[in-house]
Ligand binder design. Structure first.
Ligand code: HEC
Length: 124
């Protein structure tokens, strides 16, 4: 029940509003990232999957601790998130930039958010 309501809310309210706000300049991926943060929604599943990706790919060159203080729960978080998503998805992994799927990059973002103390939502 909760899940359906949320989904409807997402469909009915957030998409039109977000599309209206960002219609000119942003990509689908950025919208997804922004909406996730607006609602505080990424799932534990996403951050777990992002953690797996991080461990198998990013960990060759990075340790999680490096990314523990990159996001603050401030007004700028959305913009920061978009920037980070862009940065990671165009420059990382450094030995093969852009080689992951959009979903994998988003999951890695969810994992990085969880490292920075953002809570996962229990429903999708
Ligand atoms: C082959 C090694 C390598 C891999 C694999 C790799 N990175 Fe990097 N990463 C680097 C290097 C080197 C830098 C520093 C680049 C620079 O400053 O120009 C960097 C920088 C970054 C930065 C910027 C850090 C900052 O504070 O500006 C982020 C974010 C990042 N990597 C995320 C990731 C993620 C997420 C993955 C996995 C999808 C990943 N990296 C995989 C080598 C790697």
């Amino acid at each position: 029940m909760k899940k359906i309501n949320k989904y409807l809310l997402y469909k009915l309210v957030l998409i039109p509003v977000t599309v209206l706000m960002v219609a000119c300049a942003t990509t689908t991926a950025q919208e997804e990232v922004s909406q996730g943060i607006l609602q505080g929604v990424f799932t534990a599943e996403q951050s777990q999957s992002g953690k797996d990706t991080f461990t198998s790919i990013c960990r060759n060159c990075h340790i999680p601790r490096d990314f523990r203080t990159i996001f603050k729960q401030s007004d700028d978080t959305e913009a920061l998130l978009s920037d980070y998503y862009d940065l990671i998805s165009t420059t990382m992994p450094q030995d093969s930039p852009g080689s992951l799927s959009e979903e994998m990059y988003l999951d890695v973002m969810a994992y990085l958010l969880s490292l920075n103390g953002f809570a996962a939502s229990s429903d999708e």
